[in-house]
Design a binder for this molecule. Structure first.
Ligand SMILES: [Fe+2]
Length: 283
């Protein structure tokens, strides 16, 4: 049996039906999955009742899983530390001790690193009966719908990505002093070229982008806010309503994402495993 790939009804994204390592886990299928990931930007592989070992194996179809950075130890799965655990019950252990809002505003994962992950994969282990969607923007569509003046304006500009932008309203987990000393800062192009498709996308991360090279911070924030408002328009969004055993993979080179800020609706813990795939230097 081969897999089928069905585009979602929304603006982008697709679901993969019928994938199973036992019956069709071969190189032809893996290539279909890799192609679908790049073409649709977000893919959902349904019905993956799998253990961490198989989650890792699945991630390796798309590249090399990488360690997740700051505070990783606090959130790592003890048996497989490269896998991060996302739980609605987590608190900021080194800071306030209060619940932390992980992923609760638009961002692109680990963008302060020199080679941010090309992809991120979540495996849904337990879901509340309502709430908890993950929302995405398609930054390629957003770029292609910019005015030609704005395309010219951002051409060649690089944004400075830090662990925690002082302008972000969402706070990242508190780091240890050791983590603070090793948190990277990177400059990445705002108009980023996808290494596979050659198409450009707007590369933003409001949690981490603090300024733009060669521009004063006030002007930089105005421009970044304008690009964010443009990118977050409904016509560039897809909202994923999770089902148990979904594996959701997205392409960080052409999307932003956020957890819907509706944890007040949860009737039980929302728990997921996360892996990230090694990326290239953005250009
Ligand atoms: Fe994220």
């Amino acid at each position: 049996m081969s897999i089928s790939i069905r585009p979602f009804d929304g603006n982008f994204g697709a679901e993969v039906i019928g994938f199973d390592f036992e019956t069709n886990g071969n190189e032809d299928t893996f290539q279909l999955l890799r192609d679908a990931w790049v073409e649709h930007a977000v893919i959902c592989i349904r019905h993956q009742k799998i253990e961490p070992e198989f989650f890792l194996k699945l991630a390796k179809i798309f590249g090399e899983p990488i360690p997740q950075l700051i505070n990783h130890k606090a959130f790592a799965l003890p048996s497989h530390p490269v896998i991060s655990v996302l739980s609605s019950g987590h608190v900021d252990t080194l800071g306030s001790g209060k619940p932390i809002n992980r992923g609760g505003s638009w961002h692109s994962d680990h963008s302060n690193t020199p080679q941010p992950p090309s992809g991120t994969i979540l495996h849904a282990l337990q879901l509340p009966s309502q709430g908890g969607n993950t929302r995405f923007t398609n930054q390629t569509l957003a770029y292609e719908n910019l005015s030609s003046d704005m395309k010219k304006k951002i051409e060649g500009l690089k944004a400075k990505h830090v662990y925690q932008s002082k302008y972000s309203t969402r706070k990242m987990p508190t780091r240890s002093k050791v983590d603070e000393a090793i948190s990277p800062t990177s400059f990445h192009p705002i108009a980023r070229t996808h290494p596979v498709t050659g198409r450009k996308a707007i590369y933003l991360n409001p949690v981490r982008t603090e300024t733009i090279e060669g521009m004063n911070e006030t002007d930089a924030q105005v421009l970044l806010d304008e690009l964010l408002a443009h990118s977050a328009q409904d016509e560039f969004q897809y909202s994923h309503e999770w089902k148990s055993d979904d594996v959701l993979l997205w392409d960080n080179r052409q999307t932003m994402h956020m957890a819907a800020a509706d944890s007040h609706l949860y009737d039980r813990e929302r728990r997921m495993h996360r892996l990230m795939i090694k990326g290239d230097t953005p250009f």
